[in-house]
Design a protein around this ligand. Structure first.
Ligand SMILES: [Fe+2]
Length: 417
C-alpha cells in the first residue's frame, strides 16, 4: 500500500484498491468486491458518477477496485458508460457448454426453471425462514446461456403451457422474455441476468392474495380487485426483506402495473417516473398473460396479443419500447402457428433478419390438399418470392396436428437482432 492509501495490484492495468471516501466521478470502477446479488448496479464495472458513488457508500464497503488507466472527465461518464454497453453487446455473449442448445434442451432448462420458481413461491407462501432465493441465481445463469444461444427455442418452449401451472410458467416466461429483450436491446450480461430475476419474481406478492380471488374465472368485484392490486406492494415488501435481491427486482415487483397514462397502480406514476425495467416488465407481463391458457380460457395467439396491445400501446405502454419488443420477437413469434399464402400450415421456428413479418417457418401440412408435408420443410418466407403469412392460427383449431406443430425442430437461427 502506498502513502495515498492505494494499493496497486497489477501495474499493467493500473488497478488500484481505493478507499470509498476517495472515489470521484469519472473514475472507472473495476470491481466492487461483492457478489453480484449483493449490489444494486447493472454491471460490475462502469464509470462512476455522483449517484453511484453515494450508492457505494451505502453498501458499507471500505474499498473498491479502480482501473486508473480508464479515468475520464466527469461530463463524459454517461457517454462512456453507453459505449461500454454497446461493446458488451458485441463482445460479451455468455459462453455455453453446447454451442446451440436444441429445443429439447431449451425445454429441459425451462421446466427446471419452472420447478425452481414454484419451489421458491411455495417457500415464501409457507413463510419458510430461508426460501430458495439462492437457487434463482443458478437458474438465471442457465437461462442466460440458453437465451444467448438459442432465443428462438426459448420463445417456442415458452408457448408450452398447462392449465394449472399459470403462476410459475408466467413468471419464468416473463423472466425469459425480459432477458431476450434486454439482450436484443444491447444491455450487458449483468443487466440481462438481473432483468431475468426481476421477471421471475415480479408477481411473488401473489402468494399473499387469497387463492379463490387469484383463480376466479369471472369478473372481479371492486373489493377483490383491490385485494389483487395489493400484490405489487406485497411483492416489494417480501423482496425488500430478503437479503441479496437486486434493487431492480424490487422496483419491477412494485411498479410492473404502472402505466404510461398515469392510471396504473400502486402509485399511478406518470411515465417519466416509471423506470425502464418496469415499463419493459409491463409489456412482457401483459403479452404473456394474454397468450397463456388458463383453467377458464384458451390463450390468444401471440400475434393476436401483439395486435391488441398495439391498439393500447400509446395509452398503456411505452410505445417505442413496445415497437422494439415486436421487432425483437417478431410479428409472428417463434412457436406461432401460421397459414401461408400458398395454403400451407406451419410453425414459426424463428424471426427472419430480413423482415419481422416474414419468419422462418417449418411447414407441416398442406391445407388445400389436406395432406401432411413429409418430411416437414423449413422455409424462410422472406426469401420466397410472393409468399407471405396470411394469418396466425390457434393450436386448438389444428389439434390433430398437435404433435407435428409442437416442439420438434432444431433451427439454429436467432431472434431478430
Ligand atoms: Fe402482476
Amino acid at each position: 500500500m502506498d502513502a495515498e492509501g492505494k494499493e496497486k495490484i497489477k501495474d499493467d492495468k493500473e488497478i488500484s484498491r481505493i478507499p470509498v471516501g476517495e472515489l470521484k466521478p469519472g473514475m472507472y470502477l473495476h470491481d466492487l468486491g461483492l457478489d453480484w446479488l449483493r449490489h444494486p448496479f447493472l454491471t460490475n464495472s462502469f464509470y462512476l458518477d455522483a449517484p453511484s458513488i453515494n450508492k457505494i457508500r451505502q453498501l458499507g464497503v471500505d474499498h473498491v477496485w479502480i482501473d486508473e488507466s480508464k479515468k475520464v472527465e466527469q461530463d463524459k461518464v454517461e457517454e462512456k458508460n453507453s459505449e461500454e454497453a454497446v461493446r458488451s453487446k458485441q463482445g460479451k455473449r455468455p459462453k455455453s457448454k453446447k454451442v446451440v442448445p436444441s429445443l429439447e434442451q431449451a425445454q429441459e432448462t425451462t421446466l427446471e426453471a419452472r420447478e425452481t420458481v414454484q419451489e421458491l413461491f411455495r417457500g415464501v407462501y409457507h413463510q419458510e425462514e430461508f426460501p430458495n432465493f439462492k437457487g434463482l441465481q443458478s437458474t438465471a445463469d442457465e437461462l442466460l446461456t440458453s437465451v444467448a444461444n438459442n432465443p428462438a427455442a426459448m420463445l417456442s418452449v415458452g408457448r408450452l403451457r398447462t392449465r394449472d401451472g399459470y403462476t410459475y410458467e408466467h413468471s419464468v416466461n416473463c423472466g425469459v422474455l425480459m432477458m431476450i429483450f434486454a439482450s436484443f436491446y444491447g444491455l450487458g450480461e449483468y443487466h440481462v441476468r438481473t432483468l431475468g430475476i426481476a421477471g421471475f419474481l415480479h408477481d411473488i406478492g401473489k402468494v399473499r392474495v387469497p387463492n379463490e380471488i387469484l383463480q376466479k374465472p369471472g369478473a372481479l368485484t371492486d373489493e377483490e380487485f383491490t385485494e389483487i392490486k395489493k400484490h405489487s406492494s406485497h411483492g416489494y415488501q417480501i423482496l425488500k426483506d430478503t437479503p441479496g435481491i437486486p434493487e431492480k427486482a424490487l422496483e419491477v415487483a412494485r411498479l410492473h402495473h404502472e402505466r404510461v397514462d398515469g392510471k396504473g397502480y400502486p402509485d399511478a406514476l406518470p411515465e417519466s417516473k416509471i423506470p425502464f425495467e418496469a415499463r419493459l416488465a409491463a409489456i412482457v407481463d401483459v403479452y404473456d398473460a394474454l397468450t397463456a391458457v388458463r383453467c377458464y380460457k384458451d390463450g390468444m395467439t401471440p400475434t393476436q396479443a401483439l395486435r391488441q396491445m398495439m391498439a393500447e400501446a400509446g395509452a398503456k405502454f411505452d410505445q417505442n419500447l413496445f415497437k422494439r419488443f415486436i421487432k425483437c420477437i417478431g410479428v409472428y413469434p417463434p412457436g406461432s402457428i401460421v397459414r401461408l399464402s400458398n395454403g400451407q400450415l406451419g410453425v414459426v421456428e424463428n424471426v427472419s433478419r430480413e423482415n419481422s413479418a416474414k419468419p422462418i417457418v417449418r411447414v407441416v401440412y398442406d391445407i388445400e390438399r389436406e395432406e401432411h408435408i413429409d418430411p416437414p420443410r423449413v422455409i424462410n418466407v422472406s426469401r420466397e418470392n410472393g409468399l407471405s403469412v396470411i394469418s396466425s392460427e390457434s393450436l386448438t383449431d389444428w389439434a390433430f396436428l398437435e404433435e407435428r406443430l409442437l416442439v420438434s425442430g432444431n433451427s439454429q437461427a436467432h431472434v431478430n437482432g
